[in-house]
Design a protein around this ligand. Structure first.
Ligand SMILES: [Mg+2]
Length: 374
């Protein structure tokens, strides 16, 4: 069996579909990273196709090692993003060849279904509370919200802290104490400010507080974790085992959030989870884009013991997948179709194609006009 070509299609929702064609007519699907620079990722996929075309798609580890280690720029997010989508597609082909879902090929499942959460939003406390209630009515037992809709100063005012705490408190009030709430600090707060805010949030019993500092600088995580009873989470911008090593070996936080679309793919996510397992850290994979990534995460999380919860519960491929993911009572059922189970028809793909280029995270402090971290 040989790979005959790769194709990428950017789609709505910061997502991208990758199709791997083979000489036996089997098509593998994957999802490479698509934030701002999808054109660079698509070009990287085309470059990697020059190596892959003519090769056996079932030599997954060998191709990953070759494509990752042969590049001088190997740890660049856009390159690992391209590689992640390609690796996913090879697993999809493998599953289709043997007629089994990918989770079976990864060692079988250690759980019967995957708990998922969805994001909630709103500018005001009332809007956040309303959004949370809707999520609970839709069947979710856990939600995640942003801490702030505004830029936050390195050390900000008592009013800024009060506003952030009030938003979360309104959600707790709306959903009661049987629903989990996670708060995403979005790298927007300085470590000094995160310590203050997270302490104030302790009485609200959060599932976790996410990205209280920028991943370019891991050191504050340990101090933050030691400063609070709130479990600290990070990892949506960390890549590969090497990128996670410092955080895992230093036991710097409680929850890791690799994103399968750019952490290195299916096997790399499993390896990161296995490294975390021996340090008593849980996984809450990041999935803020498309349904192929969610499905691929579900397959991996079926096979690792240290899953906490998976993001992207609303991204189930309805209207896109021939067999959408099945959601019931806050959980996604294990897919049973061969491969990743994410096959789509061509019209479905065309209906969501989106080739717009836009920069995200353009955010300024209103008082002095200086740029603020998104
Ligand atoms: Mg986040």
């Amino acid at each position: 069996m040989k790979i005959t070509g790769l194709e990428t299609i950017p789609i709505q929702g910061r997502s991208m579909i990758l199709r791997m064609f083979t000489d036996q007519g089997i098509i593998g699907y994957g999802e490479p990273m698509n934030y701002e620079h999808w054109r660079v990722v698509a070009q990287a996929v085309d470059d990697m196709a020059e190596y892959l075309v003519g090769k056996d798609p079932l030599q997954i580890e060998d191709h990953w090692q070759t494509m990752y280690r042969s590049s001088y720029s190997r740890s660049m997010p856009v390159l690992v993003g391209a590689l992640s989508g390609i690796e996913m597609a090879m697993w999809d082909v493998f599953g289709k060849v043997v007629g089994m879902p990918v989770w079976k090929l990864l060692g079988g499942s250690v759980r019967q279904r995957i708990r998922v959460y969805t994001g909630i939003s709103g500018n005001t406390s009332e809007q956040c509370a309303g959004s949370a209630k809707k999520a609970v009515e839709a069947g979710f037992s856990a939600v995640k919200m942003g801490a702030s809709t505004q830029p936050v100063r390195f050390v900000d005012t008592a009013k800024s802290i009060d506003t952030m705490v009030t938003r979360v408190a309104a959600v707790r009030e709306a959903v009661g104490n049987k629903v989990d709430i996670a708060v995403d600090l979005h790298r927007r707060l300085s470590p000094a400010m995160s310590v203050i805010l997270i302490k104030e949030l302790e009485p609200l019993h959060l599932l976790f507080a996410e990205e209280p500092c920028h991943p370019e600088n891991n050191q504050p995580l340990l101090k933050l974790s030691q400063s609070t009873t709130v479990p600290i989470a990070t990892g949506e911008r960390h890549l590969t085992r090497w990128g996670f090593r410092e955080v895992i070996e230093g036991e710097m936080c409680a929850v890791l959030q690799p994103d399968i679309r750019h952490c290195g793919g299916i096997l790399e996510l499993k390896k990161i989870a296995n490294m975390a397992e021996i340090h008593n850290m849980a996984l809450a994979p990041h999935n803020a884009a498309g349904p192929i990534g969610v499905a691929a995460s579900v397959h991996v999380m079926a096979t690792v013991p240290n899953l906490l919860i998976c993001e992207g519960g609303h991204q189930r491929g309805e209207g896109l997948f021939k067999t959408p993911l099945v959601f019931k009572n806050g959980f996604i059922e294990l897919p049973t179709a061969p491969g990743l189970g994410v096959d789509m028809n061509d019209e479905a793909i065309e209906s969501v194609r989106d080739e717009t280029f836009r920069l995200r995270g353009m955010f300024w402090h209103q008082d002095d006009g200086s740029f603020a971290d998104f």
